[in-house]
Design a protein around this ligand. Structure first.
Ligand SMILES: Nc1ncnc2c1ncn2[C@@H]1O[C@H](COP(=O)(O)OP(=O)(O)OP(=O)(O)O)[C@@H](O)[C@H]1O
Ligand SMILES: [Mg+2]
Length: 158
């Protein structure tokens, strides 16, 4: 998935970095298709709203305080150095068809439907997870996709 998105980003001279150093467990049961759908939505936004030369970071971390032996709380941060948003812009972020109406945002995203985040939020709810965000205008945006995942073993995967 990251490879496909990297090709897309490279066309715009944006670099995608992936880090998962703090993940203790290697195999999980996941709803692959739905998880991918959310990540592709978040990553395509990060690419769309970044300028050439910018970096994007995808970092996966495990939250020990919310994890048990069998289930790990995994948070995936998609961090960009793009145009960012104000508090006011972010309030309706998960409403269908919502798009920020600044000239810069409109220019960078003429074809967006404003549905990606709404759909991502719905999928996340279905997966018993969550999406949160923080952003600063002109600095960048971070979306955090969190999931509680059941650990799997190699025998289960085979
Ligand atoms: N990483 C980001 N940086 C800046 N603005 C963002 C970012 N992600 C989302 N937004 C703002 O939130 C709006 C809604 O995002 P959403 O993904 O739902 O729709 P879209 O990308 O415009 O269209 P679609 O995903 O349906 O193709 C965007 O149009 C944009 O204004
Ligand atoms: Mg989108």
């Amino acid at each position: 998935m990251i490879k496909i998105m990297r090709n897309k980003a490279e066309l715009r001279e944006i670099e995608i970095n992936y880090m998962a150093e703090e993940i203790s467990h290697q195999l999980y049961f996941i709803d692959r298709l739905r998880t991918m759908q959310v990540l592709i939505n978040l990553l395509s936004n990060a690419i769309k709203f970044s300028k050439p030369g910018a970096q994007i970071y995808i970092e996966a971390i495990e939250v020990p305080s919310k994890s048990t032996q069998t289930h790990k709380q995994v948070e995936i941060n998609v961090v960009d150095q793009g145009i960012g948003m104000t508090e006011e812009h972010m309030k309706p972020l998960f409403k269908p068809y919502y798009k920020v109406q600044t000239s810069e945002s409109r220019e960078m995203n003429p074809n967006g439907a404003g549905l990606g985040l709404k759909i991502s939020k719905d999928i996340t709810k279905m997966l018993n997870g969550d999406i949160t965000y923080s952003s600063e205008m002109g600095v960048g945006t971070c979306f955090t996709f969190s999931l509680n995942l059941q650990c799997a073993t190699q025998e289960m995967a085979d």
